[in-house]
Design a binder for this molecule. Structure first.
Ligand code: FAD
Ligand code: NAI
Length: 466
């Protein structure tokens, strides 16, 4: 007799949410976690600490640059970095405790140690030189991802850092060189830039934020440059000389050509993440990986071995916490005999900078490539009343709709609170709604969300305030 109905390996947003849903469905569940704390990358070294520092550094920036024009006179703000790091840690601790509480509340056993799959129905859990084998009807692999490394450039998490080190620097670097203009580079670059660092971002491609709508990325780059970011696109860092007091990075054009050297106090390597399957014993157990090292799954999250499933960053798809969570819920429901499902066409993405960038559905490039006839409606925040009175007018809303049916296919926003605003578009798209539906939905005034309604009106060439 199996001891458990389900053992989940990993307690990131994929794993712990899966465990909670499975428990709600009446299963006897255990989670296995090798880290000292629950919550995975997201809670410990990802989403949550980065958002705490983004918030705190934004307040610092606002106090220094925006208060005076609103008639709020304060003396020049002083940075207390240890206190800011403490603020970040309190946020982490609070959320980790929240997950511990959820495990208790749902009567989920927490097995501390490294999980190894011995085959269908058997997981070995090892910690401090001791190990135990637990038996279970089902296993969910939710072991997440790890940082991708650059060949020949060793991350010491002090001067050459990954996102983990960049979340805990003990002083503001004079010069921060960032390798990779993706989400981490722009978010953590924003944190340290606001706190006083000079930021240069080196990106292999000829654009920032690959995967995001091209027009949005272009305008966002301009906004960041106005803030003081410097970009070197179509370039790569090939070496970092650590012998001197300051680091010397060798930068070459991506297409080849003469190299240049840039000095920096800290180099942040953020060129993507890779699935994490170390120590899981997948090869010996016979669980197949895809060519990119991700656990291979079918549309129902089942791996090549019966009763073993996988979700989150360790499988294909966007490496996002909410994607992992939704997969966690879906796989628990499937194991319980229900019809768990994730709609991969409606997974929002948010870059939590100032302004924020948010996106759901297809980009203009994707529609062009697919040969889909589409219409575009755009509305700038310069024409949105609330944004005008707050003097936060950077950015715009862009809606892409099917030219024949008017069904909304993609929504892309740059602007303050864009990460909160995107969800009305998600709900609309889940229901297969049209731009007309959005345009005829009453939006409270004055809100920034009115820009979404106006962009939807603009799809039909009838925006009112433009
Ligand atoms: P993880 O959160 O990586 O959790 C995996 C867990 O499994 C870990 O706790 C690990 O210790 C454990 N584990 C691994 N192997 C074993 C084993 N053999 N035995 C036991 N335990 C094991 N996403 C967003 O959606 N929004 C954001 O704002 C955001 N910000 C981010 C900022 C940063 C700096 C980073 C690095 C990532 C960010 N992400 C964000 C991505 C997000 O963190 C991941 O998509 C998410 O954590 C994936 O969840 P997961 O459950 O698949 O894996
Ligand atoms: P990313 O995939 O977003 O960006 C990596 C960037 O590095 C790309 O622009 C890529 O072209 C570039 N690059 C790759 N190799 C390079 C090289 N040798 N030299 C120069 N540039 C190079 O990855 P990132 O920023 O590391 O983030 C990892 C993951 O974490 C992402 O998948 C993201 O989804 C997730 N994340 C999500 C956040 C959010 O939702 N707000 C925040 C932070 C991370």
């Amino acid at each position: 007799m199996a001891t458990y109905d389900l053992v989940v390996i990993g307690t990131g947003p994929g794993g712990y949410v899966c465990a909670v849903r499975a428990s709600q469905l009446g299963m006897k569940v255990a989670v296995v976690e090798k880290n000292a704390t629950l919550g995975g990358t997201c809670l410990n070294v990802g989403c949550m600490p980065s958002k705490a520092l983004l918030h705190a550094s934004e307040m610092f920036e606002e106090a220094g640059h925006s208060f005076a024009k609103m008639g709020v006179s304060v003396s020049s703000p002083k940075l207390d970095l240890p206190a800011m790091m403490n603020f970040k840690q309190q946020g982490i601790d609070g959320n980790v405790k929240g997950v511990e509480f959820l495990m208790k509340k749902n009567k989920i056993d927490v097995l501390k140690g490294t999980g190894k799959i011995l085959g269908s129905g058997k997981v070995e859990v090892s910690a401090d030189g001791k190990s135990q084998v637990v038996e279970t009807k089902n296993i969910v692999i939710a072991t997440g991802s790890d940082i991708a490394r650059l060949k020949g450039i060793e991350i010491d998490e002090k001067r050459i850092v990954s996102s983990t080190g960049a979340l805990s620097l003990d002083k503001v670097p004079g010069k921060l060189l960032i390798v990779g203009a993706g989400v981490i580079g722009l978010e953590l670059g924003s944190v340290w830039h606001r706190l006083g660092a000079e930021v240069v971002v080196v990106e292999f491609l000829d654009r920032i934020l690959p995967g995001m709508d091209g027009e949005i990325a272009k305008q966002f780059q301009r906004i960041l440059e106005k803030q003081g970011f410097a970009f070197k696109l179509a370039a790569k860092v090939t070496a970092v000389d650590t012998s001197g007091k300051s680091l010397k990075a060798t930068i070459e054009p991506a297409a080849g050509g003469a190299a240049e050297t840039l000095e920096a106090d800290v180099v942040l390597v953020c060129i993507g993440r890779v699935p994490y399957t170390d120590a899981l014993g997948l090869k010996e157990a016979g669980v197949a990986l895809d060519p990119r090292g991700r656990v291979q799954i079918d549309p129902h999250f089942a791996t090549s071995l019966k009763g073993i499933y996988a979700i989150g960053d360790v499988v294909a798809g966007p490496m996002l916490a909410h994607k992992a969570e939704d997969e966690g819920v879906a796989v628990a429901e499937i194991i319980a005999g229900q019809a768990g499902h994730v709609n991969y066409d409606v997974i929002p993405g948010v870059v939590y900078t100032t302004p924020e960038v948010s996106s759901v559905g297809k980009t203009e490039e994707e529609l062009k490539q697919a040969g889909t006839a589409y219409t575009v409606g755009k509305f700038p925040f310069t024409a949105n009343g609330r944004s005008k009175v707050n003097q936060t007018t950077d950015g715009f809303v862009k809606i892409l709709a099917d030219a024949k049916t008017d069904r909304v296919l993609g929504v892309h926003i740059i602007g303050r609170e864009a990460g909160e605003m995107i969800h009305e578009a998600c709900v609309l798209m889940e229901f297969g709604g049209s731009a007309e539906d959005l345009a005829r939905t009453c939006h409270a005034h004055p809100t920034r969300s009115e820009a979404i309604k106006e962009a939807a009106l603009a799809v039909g060439k009838r925006a009112i305030h433009m």
